[in-house]
Design a protein around this ligand. Structure first.
Ligand code: FAD
Ligand code: SIN
Length: 541
């Protein structure tokens, strides 16, 4: 028997939780499906804060101008205007839900600064903004009678009318739409069927496809892979944002050192001690991220160094400690005292600017399927996201999407359908799990080595060949073995990595985060890259 709801939300970060609360407040029955415990998300680790115009000396037009400038010509200007104008209202809503943004001694809200912003406009809760938001939203979810949360449920495949017809099932209407999804209960190991009138993808980013990333383990691009296999349009996947300053360590951990630290005056230095950013951009350490990450990459390549330094020694300790207690403590644990030592930092994969294409209602190209947050591409970020615009986009788009879903449900009138159950068929448990581990490493290394900050056609083609081989192997594995979380994640990561490479090969210019040695100039014509799916579906009903 399928579990039946008005709306299924996949993911419990800022986008999924904000959307679920709104839809539930409108009286709809909501299921949240999330693959770990509810708090585990990129949101939970966000540090710097959320950008919005809340000060008398700031102006939405200036926030728009900064966003367009960072986006390097590729932002959708209407999306930028529409999303940013709702900034202050979204902050008020988060505050109403219990987020206690840090205040100054005079009671005014503390506003931080980050790269590419011409004004101080980043609201924050010290340097643990994401956790404060996640906690407040989860509290709202726990007290909502209309929301049921399924933790440790991994969404595997979307169920659409078209897929069911292909598999020989009768569907009592014409045309295509999303009907629900299959989710693996990772505790019981059973695949469960969920049916709904509408589905929201809020599965976040793809940082884990890279060897070095600031993202937690959940960020494997599952929502993008599912959408792609359902034939939904995905775009601009080549725009991977590398955060300039992750704490360098010899293992693969990359703890973020917030850009807000540079906002308070920290300076990047090369191993000779030179403040090198002035050679790259007039805005120095607070230039947009693509410029700073490329500058660090260039300094490291020239000198052969494994990292550069971030110097906070001239900033009063009291200020560092008050604003950045989390970063301060992390560095202290690693033996770095911010008042006398410099922090070793390197760029790491951080954010995906592309994703599932949506309009400003969060609607995708598949009726009934919505997407918001990092999984989606609204056009706000263009070729390079302005710092701290992502939490804002997630809340604004969740609110807009919730309104649109209510209209969709009212107009579509169809009740959720009873859907066929998942059938494992003749599959067995794998006795070669080491293959998965090996392939997981290979995807991450391939992406880091060949699809990094500076690219070339030859490197991208090399990545494509390796990913094609990995794809053949994992497809074979998928159809012959019982599914489990690591197999499903690896399969999604290989697909999503291939989409990044395909989009990168389509873009014959250097723009924003996509920098290629073979096409160093910008093309006059502004284009979005697009990939859509003739990829093999994985439903087994
Ligand atoms: P997430 O918060 O990542 O949530 C995704 C959810 O989907 C998770 O619950 C996950 O478990 C679930 N999920 C994924 N796949 C599946 C599946 N198959 N089945 C079920 N559930 C699934 N942005 C800012 O604007 N300001 C900042 O200061 C900032 N700092 C950051 C610091 C760090 C270290 C990182 C990593 C990111 C930061 N970002 C920041 C980016 C920002 O945090 C994210 O873009 C944003 O939180 C994404 O929210 P989301 O709701 O879209 O996704
Ligand atoms: C940071 O605190 O530097 C991260 C901000 C962001 O990714 O927007």
């Amino acid at each position: 028997m399928s579990k039946s709801y008005d709306v299924i939300v996949v993911g419990s970060g800022i986008a999924g939780l904000s959307f679920a609360l709104k839809v539930a407040e409108a009286g709809k029955r909501v299921a949240i499906i999330t693959k770990k415990n509810s708090a585990e998300s990129n949101t939970n680790y966000a540090q710097g804060g959320i950008a919005a115009v809340t000060s008398q000396t700031d102006d939405v037009a200036m926030h728009v101008a900064d966003t367009l400038d960072a986006g390097d010509g590729l932002c959708d200007e209407q999306a930028v205007r529409e999303i940013l104008k709702d900034g202050a209202a979204s902050i008020e809503e988060l505050a109403r839900r219990g987020v206690a943004f840090t205040q100054l001694d005079d009671g005014s809200v503390s506003l931080g600064k980050e790269g590419g912003h011409s004004q101080r406009r980043i609201l924050h809760v010290k340097d643990v903004t994401g956790k404060a938001i996640e906690d407040a939203l989860l509290h709202g979810i726990a007290t909502s009678p209309n929301i049921e949360t399924f933790e440790h449920h991994f969404a595997v495949e979307l169920i659409t009318a078209e897929k069911l017809r292909k598999l020989g099932h009768r569907v009592p209407f014409e045309g295509n739409r999303v009907l629900g999804l299959y989710a693996l209960n990772t505790h019981s190991e059973a695949v469960e069927t969920f049916t709904a009138r509408s589905v929201l993808l809020a599965t976040g980013g793809i940082g884990q496809v890279y060897q070095y990333t600031t993202n937690p383990f959940i960020a494997t691009g599952d929502g993008i892979a599912m959408a792609c296999r359902a034939g939904v349009e995905v775009r601009n996947m080549e725009f991977i944002q590398f955060h300039p300053t992750a704490f360098y360590s010899t293992d693969s951990n990359r703890f973020l050192i917030s850009e807000a630290v540079r906002g308070e005056g920290a300076i990047l230095r090369n191993l000779k001690g030179e403040a090198f950013m002035e050679r790259y951009d007039a805005r120095k350490d607070l230039a947009p991220r693509d410029i700073v990450a490329r500058a660090i990459d260039s300094e490291m390549k020239q000198s052969g160094a494994r990292h550069v330094w971030l110097d906070t020694r001239h900033i009063p300790l009291k200020k560092l400690h008050a604003h950045f207690p989390n970063i301060y403590n992390y560095c202290a644990k690693k033996g770095i005292a911010l008042e006398k030592d410099m922090i070793p930092v390197v760029p790491a994969a951080h954010y995906l600017c592309g994703g599932v294409k949506t309009n400003l209602n969060g609607e995708t190209s598949l009726p009934g399927l919505y997407a918001c947050g990092e999984v989606a591409c609204t056009g706000l970020h263009g070729a390079n996201r302005l710092a701290s615009n992502s939490l804002l986009e997630a809340v604004v788009m969740a609110n807009r999407g919730a309104g649109a879903v209510a209209d969709y449900i009212a107009s579509s009138r169809l009740e959720p359908l009873e859907l066929p159950n998942w059938v494992d068929g003749d599959v067995h448990d794998s006795d070669e799990r080491v293959v998965l581990l090996h392939n997981w490493d290979e995807v991450k290394r391939t992406m880091w080595d060949y699809v990094g900050i500076v690219r070339s056609t030859k490197r991208l083609q090399r990545a494509r060949t390796r990913l094609q081989n990995l794809n053949r192997e994992i497809t074979d594995y998928y159809w012959n073995f019982k599914v489990d979380e690591s197999l499903l994640e690896l399969r999604n990561m290989i697909l999503v990595a291939s989409l990044v490479v395909d989009c990168a090969l389509q873009r014959k210019e250097s723009r924003g985060l996509h920098c290629t040695l073979d096409y160093p100039q910008k093309q006059a014509k502004i284009t979005n890259t697009s990939v859509c799916a003739d990829h093999e579906d994985g439903c087994r009903p």
